[in-house]
Design a protein around this ligand. Structure first.
Ligand SMILES: [Zn+2]
Length: 82
């Protein structure tokens, strides 16, 4: 199935050359959630192309267990979380 048949997310934009064209709107990625309690992590919701342009450090925190929220990470390190 073609992308034009799948989506209605089209936006009218004006190109630098002065033409009016329809382009597909990029969808934002879903919320990053904690792997244990499921709460939303404090990260920006960007489009897939915007995520690709970020560096590794900008994508997730550089601490132990980046897939967990800070509360769950603390419990995990203390050994209170299996
Ligand atoms: Zn959590």
């Amino acid at each position: 199935m073609k992308r034009s048949e799948r989506t209605r997310l089209r936006v009218k934009i004006r190109t630098p050359g002065g033409r009016n064209v329809y382009r597909f709107k990029q969808r934002r990625v879903g919320h990053a959630t904690c792997g244990k309690c499921g709460c939303k992590l404090n990260r920006a919701r960007l489009t897939k192309i915007q995520v690709k342009k970020l560096t590794k450090v900008q994508k997730r925190p550089s601490r132990p267990y980046p897939e967990l929220c800070s509360k769950c990470m603390r419990l995990k390190i203390k050994g209170m979380l299996k």
